[in-house]
Design a protein around this ligand. Structure first.
Ligand code: NAP
Length: 232
């Protein structure tokens, strides 16, 4: 990935930081997007100045397009998009959950991805080259009690990934999706203190798969939904 331009959304989160570290180790130039300047400063206080940090609320299509345009202006192009921004909310039973929940999950998990992809794809089509990785969830392979809004939103990400892969494969663009199970994060450890953390997939293990999907080695992969699950 040396000298590739890699745009990472959710760059301030657990998986985003691990993904940034993986690409930095390979010599890529990073465009790191978080929702707020403070979270970017906290996550990357000392990052090398040739990387770009951008704050944008990616649920807002105009803000997402602005961030992508700024990245293209500064870096000249975007070779890969890792659409990692997202959120989980257990939410409760479908018939009990507040009506806003489903809409919120769709905005945070689906709109953040679609808004960035829509803005980045025209440049990739023009160059006949690009890699896009989205993040689904093994929990969304099937509906489950108590988390309908989340699984519906991640199912949407997975179906949209397949559609985009079919739409863009003829343009030299690979679109694929990584499906984590439970990631070993501080938040998950706090929420499930009795679990066996050693079974959970590590952010760095997911990042390695994301990096592969953005590499030339994955140039024949289109629309794959890749479970990356550790031992769970
Ligand atoms: N954690 C798990 O066990 C698990 C399991 C399966 C799938 N996933 C998925 O994997 C991905 C990463 O998970 P994670 O645990 O690393 O998440 P995380 O630590 O909670 O990070 C979430 C990231 O999304 C960004 N974000 C949230 N709302 C945004 C908005 N409106 N605009 C722009 N950015 C926004 C946050 O930015 P700020 O910090 O700047 O707000 C942060 O960088 C997510 O898509 C998640 O759904 C996670």
């Amino acid at each position: 990935m040396a000298e590739k331009i890699v745009l990472i959304t959710g760059a301030t989160g657990n998986l985003g930081k691990a993904t940034a570290a993986a690409f930095e180790a390979e010599g890529a130039r990073l465009v790191l997007i978080g929702s707020r300047p403070e979270s970017l400063e906290r996550a990357y206080p000392d990052i090398a100045p040739h990387h770009l940090k951008l704050a944008a609320d990616l649920t807002d299509a105009e803000a997402a397009a602005g961030a992508v345009a700024e990245a293209e202006r500064v870096c000249g192009r975007i070779d890969a998009v890792c659409a990692i921004a997202g959120a989980f909310d257990m939410g409760g039973a479908v018939y009990e959950a507040p009506p806003e929940l489903a809409e919120r999950m769709m905005r945070l998990n689906v709109a953040t991805m679609v808004n960035v992809v829509r803005a980045a794809v025209p440049g990739m089509i023009a160059r006949k080259s690009g890699k896009i990785v989205t993040i689904g969830s093994t929990a969304a392979l099937k509906g489950a009690a108590g988390m309908g809004a989340y699984t519906a939103s991640k199912s949407a990400v997975m179906r949209l990934t397949e559609s985009m892969a079919a739409e863009l494969r003829g343009h030299g663009i690979n679109v694929n999706c990584v499906l984590p199970s439970v990631i070993d994060t501080p938040e998950n450890r706090a929420a499930m203190p009795k679990a066996d953390f050693s079974k959970w997939v590590k952010p760095a293990e997911l990042a390695a798969v994301i990096a592969f999907l953005c590499s030339d080695g994955a140039s024949a992969m289109h629309g794959a939904l890749v479970p990356v699950v550790g031992l769970v």
